[in-house]
Design a protein around this ligand. Structure first.
Ligand code: SAH
Length: 453
């Protein structure tokens, strides 16, 4: 088998990025866009010693779990790796991915495939969208999404993961740019004005926010655009974010108020959050609630516990826990997120939550050494790379009864679970939660308890 050969094969498995895996001549072949159960014709693109990559040419016999992607751009965009699979099959894939990591890397040999919390309607779940603006070959201003691994914009104002208002807002902005001949930003020359549009919607409140990210501080005839955008039901906040740097980072730091409030509000459960264009906020609030309810259930609080919430972001989990705990301490590296956490605590009249800015792996050991802090329960929700060893070591020293590990990467979760297993904590419960239908991502909540000595 060599490059450019055309072969036929059956897809037997899916890789962690959702690519199909099949065998030909005893070699494993990775085929993007092929679904487990498909019989396909493919072209070899690259061969390594023991495996290779092939491109899907034709589905000869579709898998029973193959379906037609709802989005016509699913293949070009690459944002949704699993749209060609039925939702049930996506959930199955994700639960098995978590199980695979926890058994293979985590060494949990007798773990059953975990339950996964899916969505009733796995579409239009994202409350946040960022659309890039650019210019097509004919010189028209366009918006859409970047084609996979590039900065070429494929024109499209409709993403099935986003809210319906996105389209209307984008069409209004495009019309405005066209009418007044306002150019989109050009990454190559650094000229032009509109770079991105950020749209957020509070799913519970219906409040909508539009933030124009400009290579400058004003947009011509802004008042007319505001008049037009105000027609959108729920419009609450229109702002400008200034970003004049030649960078891939979407947002700059300077914010300018244009119309309405500078933030929107939303609820997860009964906790209210204030969200500004620069704040971090979970993008799927419906599933976030289910995820945090699971974390809260695993924490099993009776009312007087001391709880540490590491990697707390804007305090989403901390405030959830505070309602049931004696005291909650949150630790987070981003100072602005901690500022939001404090505002949100106040907004909800929560007085038993305290927040610290810093690295979990530095704040925790320091507090442990200097103040002899302890915890009944520790909750962690680290970024993809998982917990730092120094954080894990201090967690164990603090002797909590329970550790609730919320994870967006089951491979690093498995690594940390193994380490905790070797240091006195055993896994009691695991549940996966589908926060990002259509994509390969999956969240996991894991309950670990201190082993009896
Ligand atoms: N639990 C929060 C956010 C979790 S995302 C929520 O649900 O809203 C992970 C968070 O960890 C991010 O906010 C990130 O800024 C923070 N973070 C990353 N590295 C960190 C570190 N070393 N110490 C503390 N926080 C960190």
């Amino acid at each position: 088998m060599k490059k450019d050969d055309i072969i036929e094969l059956t897809i037997e498995d899916l890789g962690i990025d959702g690519e199909g895996i099949g065998k030909a001549d005893g070699m494993a072949l990775f085929v993007k866009d092929a679904v487990v159960g498909d019989w396909i014709r493919a072209k070899i693109m690259k061969m390594k010693k023991n495996y290779g990559y092939a491109r899907l040419l034709e589905v000869l016999e579709p898998s029973p779990v193959r379906c037609t992607p709802r989005c016509e751009f699913a293949r070009q965009c690459g944002g949704c790796q699993l749209q060609a699979m039925t939702y049930e099959a996506q959930l199955d894939f994700k639960a098995k991915k978590v199980w695979n990591h926890l058994t293979r890397i985590g060494g949990l040999t007798d773990l059953a495939v975990p339950e996964i919390i899916g969505m009733e309607d796995p579409w239009r779940y994202r409350n946040k969208a960022q659309f890039p603006f650019g210019t097509d070959k004919e010189g028209n201003v366009v918006t859409g999404f970047y084609a996979a691994r590039s900065h070429n914009i494929i024109p499209c104002t409709e993403c099935w993961l986003g809210v319906e208002e996105n389209r209307e807002i984008l069409e209004k902005i495009l019309a405005h740019l066209k009418k007044f001949r306002i150019p989109a930003y050009d990454e190559k020359t650094g000229k032009g004005l509109l770079r991105h549009v950020l749209i957020r919607k509070g799913f519970t409140t219906g409040e909508v926010m539009v933030c124009l990210i400009l290579n400058g501080k004003t947009m011509p005839k802004m008042e007319q655009l505001v008049e037009s955008l105000r027609e959108i039901p729920g419009m609450t906040s229109i702002t400008i974010n200034v970003n004049t740097k030649n960078t891939n980072v979407i947002m700059g730091t300077e914010m300018i108020s244009v119309w309405g409030r500078d933030y929107i509000t939303d609820y997860i459960g009964n906790i209210k959050y204030q969200i500004s264009p620069l704040s971090f906020y979970q993008v799927n609030p419906v599933q976030t609630r289910k995820l945090y309810e699971t974390a809260l259930e695993y924490a099993d609080l009776k009312g007087n516990e001391t709880v540490w919430d590491l990697y707390c972001g804007i305090g989403t989990i901390s405030l959830f826990l505070a309602q049931k705990a004696g005291k909650v301490y949150g630790v987070e590296i981003v100072p602005e997120a901690i500022a939001d956490a404090k505002v949100n605590a106040k907004l909800n009249g929560i007085t038993n939550a305290e927040f610290f800015v810093g690295k979990a792996e530095e704040v925790l050991p320091e507090k442990y050494k200097n103040e002899g802090i302890y915890a009944d329960v520790i909750v962690v929700d680290p970024p993809r790379k998982g917990c730092d060893l120094a954080a894990l070591e201090t967690m164990v020293k603090m002797h909590p009864e329970r550790i609730v590990y919320v994870s967006c990467d089951s491979a690093t979760l498995a690594r940390d679970v193994k380490w905790l297993g070797e240091h006195g904590y055993e896994v009691k419960k695991v549940k996966a939660c589908d926060m990002f239908p259509g994509t390969v991502h999956v969240e996991t909540v894991c309950l670990l308890s201190r082993k009896a000595q």
